[in-house]
Design a protein around this ligand. Structure first.
Ligand SMILES: [Mg+2]
Length: 257
């Protein structure tokens, strides 16, 4: 395997599974850092703060600060603040996303008539009243953005639960409005932000992850080499059935040399 100047790691299914470290993931990251490579963690999951990831990774033996983590709430907040300043945003999402948006100075609204942009995310407290408000906002011409495309999120016991992608599908079905802007992986928006933060270009970096439709698709959309790890949601049968072409297929991150 080629030595890269930078490594972008997905988290769930790649560095850990639930609360369990993938064996030797800590040693892999330490080895890359010792070599002088820059490492960043890149997660689509919109329901936790970067501070939580830094604490969790550090406890698992991978010392980190919040600045080592780019997640879809951070990418959404920075993107809205820089590309759509002054716009009022209706958010369908949880407190970590809302806080990241407020920290970036994004103006939030619950009022349909004030909404310039609807930002759809994963919200485990969503009600029909909120779904209806989002529906009306789109009907009245609000722009349609989303934090991440994942339709499900794996949870304990091998089950999955509906994620942001399912909420996007619900609103597309009810309004006939199609999503305009995806911010999380595989969007170039989050990729370019991650590259800017580590100060490298796409061709200098390797993206490592367990999902074909997000982590590996980033290779096609942003020009990165990719490594699929088989410790998460994807197995070899899935890979054979898919048109995705990761640069490397690894049993786990422990194989990164
Ligand atoms: Mg993953």
């Amino acid at each position: 395997m080629r030595h890269y100047a930078g490594y972008l790691f997905d988290l769930d299914g790649t560095i850990y599974l639930g609360d369990e470290l993938i064996p030797d993931a800590d040693r892999t990251v330490a080895k890359l850092r010792e070599r002088g490579a820059r490492v960043q963690f890149l997660s689509n999951k919109p329901i936790a703060r970067r501070e939580n990831y830094a604490v969790k990774l550090t406890k698992l033996g991978i010392p980190c600060t919040p600045d080592d983590v780019v997640n879809s709430p951070l990418a959404s907040a920075r993107y809205l603040a820089s590309e759509h300043p002054g716009k009022r945003v209706m958010v369908m999402g949880e407190a970590p996303l809302q806080q990241e948006l407020l920290d970036a100075g994004v103006e939030l609204t619950d009022r349909v008539e004030d909404t310039d942009i609807l930002l759809v995310s994963w919200d485990r407290d969503v009600t029909w009243v909120q779904m209806e408000a989002a529906h009306q906002a789109l009907r009245q011409g609000a722009r349609f953005f989303a934090t991440n495309p994942d339709t499900v999120c794996p949870v304990e016991g091998g089950r999955t639960v509906p994620d942001a992608g399912a909420m996007i599908a619900y609103l597309q079905a009810s309004t006939d409005c199609m999503l305009e802007v995806m911010i999380g992986k595989p969007s170039p928006i989050i990729t370019e932000m991650a590259l800017a933060r580590i100060g490298l270009t796409a061709d200098q970096c390797l993206m490592i992850g367990d999902r074909l439709g997000t982590d590996i698709a980033m290779g096609e959309t942003a020009g990165l080499d990719t490594a699929l790890v088989l410790t998460g949601v994807t197995n070899r049968d899935d890979l054979e059935r898919s048109s995705a072409k990761p640069t490397y297929v690894l049993e786990s991150v422990a194989e990164i040399s």
